[in-house]
Write a protein that binds this ligand. Sequence first.
Ligand code: AMP
Ligand code: MG
Length: 406
Amino acid sequence: MRTIDEVRLQVLSTVRLLGSEPVGLSGAEGRILAEPVIAPHDVPSFPNSAMDGFAVRADDVASPGAILEVVEEVAAGQIARSRVDSGQAIKIMTGAPMPEGADTVVRVEDTSEGNGKVEIATAPEAGTSVRAPGGDVKAGTTVFQPGFRLTSAHIGTLATIGMVGPIVAKLPRVAVMSTGDELVPPNSAEMAPGMIRDSNRPMLISLLEGAGAGVIDMGTIPDDAGLLRAALGEAAAEADAIVTSGGVSMGEFDVIKSVLREEADVEFFTVAMKPGKPQGFGSVGGTPFFGLPGNPVSVLVSFEQFVRPALLAMQGATALLRPRTVGLAGEDLESDPAKEEFIRVRIVDDHPALRVVQTGGHGSHLLSAMANADAFAVLEVGVSSVVKDDPVLLELFNAAATRAAS
Ligand code: AMP
Ligand code: MG
């Protein structure tokens, strides 16, 4: 048996970088930056007020109680016409450029105004409540390095420096197919005895889309060498990667394995992981090929461990893996010590630490229990149990929201 790390290293050393392309800001969310972003100018580009208040000279307000003449009012987007001379103040709004002569802003709460005068109750240090040019971004510096996954805040920052077409990695196109004689399409109203609906393909399509891939849906392929050969040929010609499910386990009819072994460069092996022990990986006509197991939970766990990191690596991403943290077991957890086990758990409390309980049994066909999970409790090789209230390693794959509002 190989370890998960060994298999992932092999996968990551096989996949190649895709090219790059510019993208508009409205489509940039989730894309991986392919070139460094260098700031063309400072942000803020001019000194401005951080508060609604009065722009003053610090020397004039060295002790509390100073009374200054208010010579003008300036809002964001305006430039003061006059300068602030000794004994004077300009009423200023947040974001308005600092007037000539002023070096400090006194917030409105610390003042009282009337009859063209303002009394300053405090004695702020020079520079208080003034936003310095370049305080956020300095001209000429690298704001973001390649490999970053663009989030909303990146998009906002790009907008603020006028970079409306960042260069990002091209998205992988991934062909997906389910294999198995027992499979009927999910929309089948009636099924012959022994048949099941193909749940892996819609799930994989959603996983692939979540990883940014463009999906080529190749449908359901029966366990038939000719049909599989044709589908693989088509997939290899069009896709940057191919993902199949089913047909890789030990007792499986040999059709799929023999076609892939003999006519492509694909190996079948076992990995010390549960679920997801049988795997196939290699290439079909130079296109990376992932032969995932058939059981739906195995599909999801294998996708997380191998396919998603590979798709991100193809885009040059620096972060490839889901965050892991230590939580607390809300109940006893059992594991096969020969394998790294991914137990599906739900977060039931988050204070003082994430506390988790299982959402169902260990069976790799228990997909609805997988759906109710927020995380995997990861019990590494050599670990056979974690006792209630003891620390447990968690891999968070669905932490978008785990708590109800109170
Ligand atoms: P296999 O790896 O082909 O031996 O399949 C293992 C188990 O997963 C069997 O119970 C299959 O019926 C099931 N299975 C295979 N493909 C799918 C699929 N696309 N959707 C749902 N279950 C599947
Ligand atoms: Mg099968």
